[in-house]
Design a protein around this ligand. Structure first.
Ligand code: UDX
Ligand code: ADP
Length: 461
């Protein structure tokens, strides 16, 4: 029976996942460690390092009871029966596979510290998204220990989405556990199943081989991202033909074989997973000598880049082909609503392009301003303002651009904003989530995605 769980890596995945395990399994002690001591201090404070709806309540319920955040990695490793590895695996920025392959240095360092401090057999569970066959590398590093300790390696990819992490963890569509086909690995899988079985119905717990489990995570993310790129590619056609992408997506999604989810057109997907996982898949296909498959998946990322570039070109064209010295109010910087996370946010690309055109930008986001500052640290500071007040961001602006679909943006006083702006007042809805007709009626020139612009200018040409 698993009594002590350790999670190495207290990030967006490890933090919420362990909080929910502790909340659902009062008979198990859960410890989360990280090399980043300020992150651990934040987990032990009232200001958690990750904003996630519902997370605060779960952490407060269990912290100090069976949920602990610590920097004492050696002691935690010694105590644990089961160790989740949830360290970051960013895309490599150097050497072989740069820009595509996963950088596994954090994973390998973790494996080495497990070897150094462990003094009994342990189950090691890969939680981070990893390229297929990483488990084998992990197993080889771990089996190199000279203490005679046996490690069973399992793959248990996390499918939570940020912003809905707690609900996704409490009510998962499925839990996937991969392991080798040996009696020891099967026993380890049973141990992990018994943890999830505290709250997940058994029929939702899927077991596969190690390799299938690892690959499934990459493929699930690639399929989800592919749907977004598919709908975004058609949005460009809609804008030229007069069709409305929301109507098309609705009609298409009503086919039960296709389904309605992940068909929302916008400026493109962001987040730490989609791009990284697809590039990883591309790298693997090239590595294994199937370039045709690599090129196929590469297009999902290419359309995503095209969509952001196209959006900025639309802005530029609408604003008489120059935005130099014009103030543009940027609403939303997070890669999606209900998170402070800005990793791979389309806002980074859009803002960088606006700054390259010498615009002044005033950014407002309810949760992501601090991350935005870090992301734009290298950009010309004299042309960027960070505003906690949305009305200050919009004051005197030539255009509003919406890059995150925060619900609170729908409640803004657009009449007041219109009055405070320079005219003609442009509004670019990169998430297609505002009421375009009523904004047009207020006087805005409205540019949605995937449907023709709603402009008050005479259409002479
Ligand atoms: C994703 C997967 O959904 C999750 O299962 C996996 O574990 C991690 O990667 P996440 O990146 O947190 O989760 O968020 P997700 O909701 O998938 O959104 C990703 C991006 O796609 C966001 O930028 C979002 O705005 C965008 N998106 C999503 C669209 O543009 N249109 C859609 O229809 C859905
Ligand atoms: P994810 O979104 O996958 O959770 P994050 O970057 O949010 O990724 O979190 C990963 C965490 O793993 C970071 O807080 C990082 O400091 C931590 N980490 C990286 N390497 C190690 C290591 N060797 N030991 C402990 N923690 C580590």
């Amino acid at each position: 029976m698993v009594k002590n769980i350790l999670c190495i890596g207290a990030g967006y995945v490890g933090g919420p996942t362990m909080a929910v395990i502790a909340d659902q399994c009062h008979d198990i002690n859960v410890t989360v460690v990280d090399i980043n001591s300020s992150r651990i201090a934040a987990w032990n404070s009232d200001e958690l390092p990750v904003f996630e709806p519902g997370l605060h309540d779960v952490v407060m319920r269990r912290r100090g009871k069976n949920l602990f955040y610590s920097t004492d990695i050696p002691a935690a490793i010694k105590r644990a029966d089961l160790i989740f590895v949830s360290v970051n695996t960013p895309t490599k920025t150097f050497g072989e596979g740069a820009g595509r392959a996963a950088d596994l240095q954090y994973l390998e360092k973790t494996a080495r510290s497990i070897i150094e401090h462990a003094d009994s057999d342990k189950i090691i569970v890969e939680k981070s998204t990893l390229p297929i066959r990483t488990a084998q590398a992990l197993a080889r590093v771990l089996s190199s220990n000279e203490k005679g300790i046996r490690f069973q390696i399992l793959s248990n990819p996390e499918f939570l989405a940020e912003g809905t992490a707690i609900d996704d963890l409490e009510h998962p569509d499925r839990v996937l556990i991969g392991g080798l086909d040996t009696p020891e690995a099967r026993a380890a899988m049973e141990e992990l199943i018994s943890v999830y079985a505290h709250w997940v119905p058994r029929e939702k717990i899927i077991t596969t081989s190690l390799w299938s489990s690892e690959l499934s995570k990459l493929v699930a993310n690639a399929f989800l991202a592919q749907r977004i790129s598919s709908v975004n590619s058609i949005s460009a056609l809609c804008e030229r033909t007069g069709a409305n992408i929301d109507e098309v997506a609705y009609a298409v999604g009503r086919d039960s074989r296709i389904g309605p989810k992940f068909l929302k057109a916008g400026i493109g997907f962001g987040g730490s997973c989609f791009k990284k996982d697809i590039l990883n898949l591309v790298y693997l296909c090239d590595y294994y000598g199937i370039p045709e498959v690599a090129r196929y998946w590469e297009q999902v990322v290419a359309i995503n880049d095209f969509q952001a570039a196209r959006f900025v070109r639309t802005m530029l064209g609408a604003m008489f082909n120059t935005i130099a010295d014009k103030k543009i109010a940027v609403f939303g910087f997070a890669f999606k609503s209900d998170t402070s996370d800005t990793r791979e946010a389309p806002a980074i690309t859009v803002c960088t392009r606006l700054l390259n055109e010498q615009a002044h930008i005033a950014i407002h986001d309810p949760k992501a301003l601090e991350n935005a500052k870090a992301d734009l640290a290298g950009a010309p500071a004299d042309r960027i303002a960070y505003c906690t007040d949305p009305y200050e961001a919009a004051d005197g602006a030539h255009a509003l651009v919406f890059l995150t679909d925060w619900k609170c943006f729908r409640e803004l006083d657009f009449k007041r904003i219109y009055k405070s702006m320079r005219h003609p007042a442009f509004l670019f809805d990169g998430r297609n989530f505002l009421d375009h007709e009523s904004l047009y009626a207020l006087g805005y020139h409205v540019y949605p995605i995937g449907r023709p612009a709603m402009s008050h200018f005479e259409q002479k040409d």
